[in-house]
Design a protein around this ligand. Structure first.
Ligand code: HEM
Length: 456
């Protein structure tokens, strides 16, 4: 239900075209956050010509859009239309299709189920990290963003298909997903352009989408023929779909798998990419993290059982998600006329919930621009506004992959740090650029200095 509009509406802070555009062209992510912070969490209306979205950052307003009045703020229009072209009718959609999928997926991504996938995930992550040995030996730097994407893609594919997919096929699949994620950029800028008009990126996008189908469908068919039950997502999905719908529609299972992949991979890979720049800028955090990994893991292989003991690493990840929430905006479209914080908003308007801004509001965060993992030391005792930290969204659409993230990311980081000391060879100020996830514009080149290890 939409909120009733009151007689005494207040106006949003309006940023006129001539002021908004030059700022957003220069550095859109940073400037958008500054606009919200300058407005002190008040609603900002951006005048971007035909596109006039509302920027939402105050935790009370976030709560209304994502939780209390969520059904009036739907995933349609800008951003979602191009995304749904690959993900189809599944968990990244809206309405009945989303609701029935959420019912199936929710029990799948519990802490317990995630734990059952973790051993396989640890194996593949460790394999990928050992393969970096050659870079360490020759001193050739790795491209941080590219390697984090490769490792995360392999781990997510393992979670989805388990032993059903060979390493070779997974290696063919991962770049196709990556192409879909990056070639969608232009469509995100012109979401209402009809598909009959070709825009840059379309050809690469369609080619990759076709290749994904050519690889994924046979895997689903194989899983549906085999009666033996295993715990990877594709088998669980087939079983759950048969239980719920009486049969498993292969197209539906394909949409589910591609949607989970889309939600799980880029977000995680980009968070891990920012980490290496942060550690370079904060040598004290870096040293403490290295010590913890050394103490907990030693010379052994990193296993999921180590994750719970890596407490400082978890604090670093929480702070990383505060400062660089990879889901930097959560877009919505209003269904009916409504009011947020006294501002009247018409049906069909675009509303941008901005975790990147909310996480920087001085009213809710002490020293918001400082990277300080210590602020998470006493998380339970802290009395924060519940909607002031929203890297995983909130309400009925809240992220299903939080447990997975807090297992997968520590496995990657601890694996790397137990073998190498990554040194950033091209330190520079990074510019966050918008996309489905926020990523640094510049490449991060990391030299991997090997750590002396005693043979296990
Ligand atoms: C750093 C890592 C991640 C971040 C920052 C992140 C962030 C988010 C956010 C903000 C949403 C809410 C979207 C909305 O309200 O429209 C979301 C939804 C979702 N996330 Fe994540 N996510 C991450 C990792 C993962 C992983 C590893 C998975 C693996 C399963 C996952 C699965 C999902 C799914 C399925 C949804 C849709 C839930 C729904 O609409 O009902 N995410 N995520």
């Amino acid at each position: 239900m939409s909120q009733a509009t009151s007689a005494t509406a207040t106006s949003p802070q309006v940023l006129p075209f001539y002021k908004a555009i030059p700022r957003l062209v220069k550095d859109p992510v940073t400037e958008l956050a500054k606009m919200g912070v300058e407005a002190n969490g008040r609603i900002v209306r951006l005048d971007l010509g035909p596109f006039r979205p509302y920027l939402i950052s105050h935790p009370d307003h976030v709560q209304q859009v994502l939780k209390t009045d969520w059904s009036n703020f739907v995933r349609e229009g800008m951003f979602w239309r191009p995304v749904q072209r690959v993900t189809g009718h599944s968990i990244l959609g809206e309405g009945d299709g989303w609701a029935s999928t959420r019912k199936i997926l929710q029990p799948l991504f519990t802490a317990r189920y995630t734990a059952s996938l973790a051993e396989d995930m640890a194996d593949i992550i460790s394999e990928c990290i050992v393969e970096l040995e050659d870079f360490a030996r020759t001193g050739r730097p790795i491209d941080g963003g590219h390697q984090m994407t490769t490792i995360v893609n392999q781990a997510v594919i393992k979670v989805l298909f388990g032993g059903r997919i060979s390493r070779d096929t997974a290696e063919r699949l991962a770049p196709e997903f990556a192409t879909c994620a990056t070639s969608i950029g232009f469509r995100l800028l012109v979401p209402f352009a009809p598909y009959s008009i070709k825009v840059p990126g379309d050809r690469a996008f369609l080619r990759s989408a076709k290749k994904i189908d050519e690889i994924v469908y046979p895997l689903i068919e194989q899983a549906s023929r085999e009666k033996s039950h295993s715990n990877e997502v594709v088998s669980e999905l087939l079983t759950a779909r048969i239980e719920q719908d009486g049969k498993a529609d292969l197209r539906q299972v394909r949409d589910d798998l591609v949607s989970i992949y889309g939600a799980a991979s880029e977000t995680t890979a980009m968070s891990l990419t920012w980490l290496w720049s942060v550690l370079h800028e904060h040598p004290e955090v870096n040293a403490r993290l290295q010590d913890e990994v050394r103490r907990v893991v030693g010379d052994s292989e990193v296993r999921p059982s180590h994750v719970a003991e890596l407490k400082y690493l978890r604090m670093v990840l929480q702070e990383l998600l505060r400062v660089y929430p990879s889901a930097w905006i959560i877009p919505r479209q209003t269904v009916a006329d409504t009011e947020i914080g006294g501002v009247r908003i018409k049906a069909g308007s675009q509303v941008l919930v901005s975790p990147y801004t909310t996480h920087r509001l001085p009213e809710f965060w002490d020293r918001p621009s400082e990277f300080d993992p210590e602020r998470w030391a006493n998380e339970k005792a802290e009395r924060r506004h519940r909607y002031s930290f929203i890297p995983f969204g909130a309400g009925p659409h809240v992220c299903l992959g939080q447990h997975l993230f807090y297992v997968e990311a520590p496995l990657v980081i601890a694996n790397l740090l137990s073998r190498y000391r990554p040194v950033l060879t091209n330190p520079q100020r990074l510019t966050p650029i918008p996309g489905a996830s926020v990523r640094p514009k510049e490449k991060l080149l990391l030299q991997l200095e090997p750590i002396e290890r005693n043979a296990a």
